[in-house]
Write a protein that binds this ligand. Structure first.
Ligand code: SF4
Ligand code: SF4
Length: 332
């Protein structure tokens, strides 16, 4: 029988041991239904999740809710919205209680004296032109001024088909302001013309993502296996989709047979009662879903399937390490 130790040399086994000590239990929280942008293709607004429930405005109720979440075993809060930085008191309530990651468009600078080491992922949808088409402004110009050189910040670069051949320019800009970058792919939830993927474009962007990782290893936080899985939607011959997705809210998950999944994962709406179906859009077709976190979690929850060959297990380790770095469970 293949075992982890039989497949790994001492160096890789050490890496494996480091991540196997991590017991990450994440959930996702809509901090607010509001945003200071309205991006075309935003999964939150395009699926009307901003109207799913009214926001809870009483900070005491947020604090009590977060305490219940920690008792439930959550040790990583992923804050999304809307734009979480519009409600810093709610963000602070999380930050004071557990490891907290905050997704933001970076237009509002969070005060570092209040949040000294909170990890931020700044959304970026391409170069100035694509950002203006899809989001109404060149957000990088503002977010990069707000966060230049910040060691607890990375760009979450959502690559669109129009970015093929242009990613290096974006990554170099990020490198030049002393920040890191992680890449994922646009799912084009609102069907914006020219922003849906073809199979050839997936091949091209996979090659480009690999080349960027090779050329900018200190800036790009990624792995080639992740590039393969997200562009092909395949892992070990299996296809990503509803039957395999690990990021479905547990109390709403009645799939049979049950797939490997994130333990106790819930995505909460901002009324602190309503649950959304999954980590992304309630209305998205799973067949076209390119959610980056769902794909990396898919790999992570399927460790046993990767205890097959040395390369498969190393791939699994690299994806796990990538996740751990992005959520500050490991240094860059
Ligand atoms: S900044 Fe984020 S939450 Fe706001 S509209 Fe754009 S994608 Fe949606
Ligand atoms: S839309 Fe994506 S993340 Fe949501 S259930 Fe479907 S595959 Fe999973």
């Amino acid at each position: 029988m293949k075992t982890v130790s039989s497949l790994l040399n001492p160096e890789w086994y050490e890496r494996y041991k480091k991540i196997s000590k991590l017991n990450i239990r994440s959930s996702i929280y809509d901090v607010t239904n509001r945003c200071n942008l309205r991006c075309k293709g935003c999964f939150f607004f395009s699926s009307n999740e901003h109207q799913a429930a009214p926001e809870e405005n009483d900070i005491k109720r947020w604090e009590a809710f977060i305490d219940r979440e920690t008792e439930r075993g959550v040790n990583l809060a992923i804050l999304i919205g809307g734009e979480p930085t519009l409600c810093l008191d709610r963000v602070e309530a999380f930050y004071k209680r557990l490891s907290t990651f905050c997704a933001t468009n970076g237009l509002i600078k969070i005060p570092r004296d209040r949040f000294p080491d909170m990890m931020l992922g700044i959304s970026l949808w391409g170069d100035e032109h694509d950002e203006t088409v899809l989001r109404g402004k060149d957000t990088f110009r503002i977010s990069s001024q707000n966060y230049e050189g910040d060691p607890h910040v990375y760009y979450l670069y959502t690559i669109t088909p129009r970015q093929i051949g242009k990613t290096e320019g974006v990554i170099r800009k990020i490198k030049d302001v002393g920040l890191k970058v992680h890449m994922q792919l646009l799912s084009n939830d609102e069907g914006v013309s020219g922003f849906s993927w073809t199979p050839e474009q997936f091949d091209a962007i996979r090659a480009e993502m690999d080349a960027m990782l090779d050329a900018y290893p200190d800036t790009v936080i990624s792995s080639k296996y992740y590039h393969e899985v997200i562009t092909t939607g395949k892992m070990l011959g299996r296809s990503f989709g509803w039957n395999e997705c690990p990021s479905v809210t547990q109390p709403l998950d009645h799939r049979s047979p049950p797939p490997k999944r994130l333990i106790e994962f819930i995505r909460w709406a901002s009324d602190l009662h309503t649950m959304h179906r999954c980590c992304t859009s309630e209305t998205r077709d799973c067949a076209t879903c390119k959610d980056g976190a769902a794909h990396m979690s898919w790999v992570m929850v399927n460790k046993r399937a990767h205890v097959r060959t040395t390369r498969d297990l190393q791939n699994w380790i690299e994806v796990y390490e990538m996740f751990a770095k992005l959520y500050q469970f490991m240094p860059w």
